[in-house]
Every structure is written in C-alpha cells, then in structure tokens.
Unconditional design. Structure first.
Length: 165
C-alpha cells in the first residue's frame, strides 16, 4: 500500500504559533530554567522539582499530600513518585493523618532541613545571578504574569455535555 504525505499546516500558521503561543513559550522557558536549577542543585542530590517540594514542606504543620499536589501543580500519583526517593534518603517522612486515615502527611526531617539550608544558599545565589541577567523589572513582571496565569480558571470544555460524563 502506498503511503501519502499528509497535507502540512501552512507555513504562516506554524510561524504564528511559534511566535505567539504562550504555552510553547512557557514550556521552552520552563525547560531551560529547570535545566539551569537542576545543575545548581545537583551537588545536593536534588532536582529543582525535589527542591520545590522540600521547600513546600518547610512549615510547622505538615501538609497533607492532597493539598500539596495542587500547590505544586502535580497530580497525586506524580507527587507520590516524587516523595519516594526523598523518603528513602531520610529527608522526609510520610505518615497517616490522625484526623483522616486516608490522607498522608509529609514531614521534613532534621536531615532534610539541614540539606535545604545548604541548597537554599546556592539557590539564592543562582537566582540572583539569573535576575541580574534579565532586564530591570522583568523578573517581577514575569512572576506576576505567571501567577495570574496559574490563578486563571480552567477553560470550559470544547464540547459541552460530551465531556461531562
């Protein structure tokens, strides 16, 4: 059977998406930032995602996983997978919530706090260097814009009724 080449999108459409798509721009920037901070945190045996998770645990009352997952923009199974290597290293513990046995609480351990103290200093320096590379005012404008995007309500389904099963 002879294969046919599908008709490609018009070049103008491809260029428009490349030049205007906020999602693509955010993904590209996020990947570059992730690689940058992964490299900075590598000496501590942490990825930028693990660092963010550990920072979120640095509070007097341990958060339940169900509240932490949306804060970190993760689904619960991804958070569970991210927690396991940190727990194996003794940086955090997972315990049943005494008020809701179905829920799990995450506690940062003293070893986790000690590691985070060191990593936070290196992160602070790396972040200051990044901020200094960007035009004046841009880092704060980016943070505010990204916070607004994160707070925006999700879009309505494209096919109302069909996705509401």
């Amino acid at each position: 059977m002879e294969e046919t080449t599908p008709e490609l999108l018009p070049r103008e459409t491809v260029l428009q998406i490349r030049d205007t798509c906020l999602c693509l721009a955010a993904q590209r920037a996020a990947r570059r930032l992730a690689r940058r901070f992964d490299a900075v945190l590598r000496p501590f045996g942490l990825t930028n995602g693990q660092f963010s998770l550990m920072v979120a645990l640095n509070q007097p009352d341990p958060p339940p996983m169900g509240r932490l997952a949306p804060f970190l923009a993760m689904d619960p199974s991804t958070l569970t997978a991210a927690v396991k290597p940190l727990a194996r290293r003794g940086l955090l513990t997972v315990e049943p919530d005494p008020d809701d046995r179905r829920s799990r609480l995450l506690h940062i351990t003293p070893e986790g706090v000690a590691l985070m103290r060191q990593a936070a200093e290196v992160w602070r320096s790396a972040h200051a260097a990044l901020d200094a590379q960007l035009p004046s005012g841009l880092p704060e404008t980016l943070r505010q814009g990204l916070a607004a995007v994160a707070a925006a309500p999700p879009p309505a389904p494209l096919n109302p009724g069909k996705d509401d099963l």
